[in-house]
Design a protein around this ligand. Sequence first.
Ligand code: NAD
Ligand code: TYD
Length: 361
Amino acid sequence: MQSVLVTGGAGFIGSNFVKYLLREESDVHVINLDALTYAGNLENLNDLPAPERHEFIKGNICDGPLVHRLLREYKIDTIVHFAAESHVDRSILGPSQFIQTNIVGTFTLLDEAKKFWVDEEAFSLADVRLHHISTDEVYGSLGPDDPPFSETTPYAPNSPYAASKASSDHLVRAYGHTYGMPISITNCSNNYGPLQYPEKLIPLMILNALTGKDLPIYGDGQQIRDWLLVEDHCEAILRVIKDGIPGETYNVGGGNQPTNIEIVELICSFLDELVPDSPHAPHISLIRHVADRPGHDRRYAIDNTKIRRELDWQPHDSLQSGLLKTVEWYLRNSNWVLMVLNNPTFKGWIDRNYSIGSLNE
Ligand code: NAD
Ligand code: TYD
């Protein structure tokens, strides 16, 4: 691994991964291709550990000629594919961009990599890898007593987001199976941590609580996710790229099962401690139940056995410690927070998404 194309490296997980990779691998050069949609932000790439080994390219993964040129110009031997539309609520209000980026974009990347690596034999196939970052949401929703998702759980995506990611997983797998492309896939549970755009549950709740706004819980708040600190996800991805078997899928998760309401209560209790003189304390009083998300998946849970056994990976942070670090990060990084909150695109999203559900306290 010498010349790595990271797609979506200005987004939440991608930017954390770029930093992690530059820190862990001293010989690697990173070419970071990102379209800078509402979710991508060059500020996420401030304080890179080795900026001289990083080059940012603003561009779209659906642009075949651009991907074609980058692969050859930088002699790319590894692709780590994060770029996607990633928010379920946006996929419900407007699925078409999800089809374009997540399906057509992944296809474009695969096809260009195949031309370069397989057809033109630019490298020995033993020396290249396309790693695709996916989600546990492709497996659908679990009942309270169902076993957690394993790598053999049948796909049953419920939201347009999950369906588009499932489709991209199938394309990646098919390129491995049909053309012998050395691919790998990780299906990870919900991430949280520094630099997450505050449309997602955890940063939205932290920032709403800090500014005294309602904390909107969809439905009864008893939905369950499996939460993983982003740094632990980054470690799993690098482990799979280096030591995972080509063609294989690995499930990655934090091994916890809190309800949404428990997560929000925990955030409120951390804020009560960390900002004791807040006019909004106790922050729990800001919780409001709002109309449920259509088709809301009830429960996700990940069986980590394969990656634990085969690659000796396990999360370092518990949910408590990871969440505390995350709340502290948002408190420390007020410039980043203000930049995002004051952006009209963000305000527009909040108005659009949260004016729909009627409050039913
Ligand atoms: P994000 O929305 O924060 O970032 C996505 C990035 O992709 C942004 O920088 C955006 O500008 C870029 N992008 C979007 N469309 C693009 C295009 N057409 N061409 C180039 N760049 C484009 O997302 P995230 O939360 O960092 O998720 C990254 C990946 O991880 C996604 O594939 C997502 O499905 C997957 N994933 C996310 C989670 C999670 O909890 N956030 C969990 C499991 C898997
Ligand atoms: P989210 O962070 O959007 O991730 P995902 O939908 O991919 O799991 O949401 C996490 C959970 O939190 C999910 O069950 C929906 C719920 N949720 C709320 O209750 N209120 C909100 O305002 C948001 C954004 C999410």
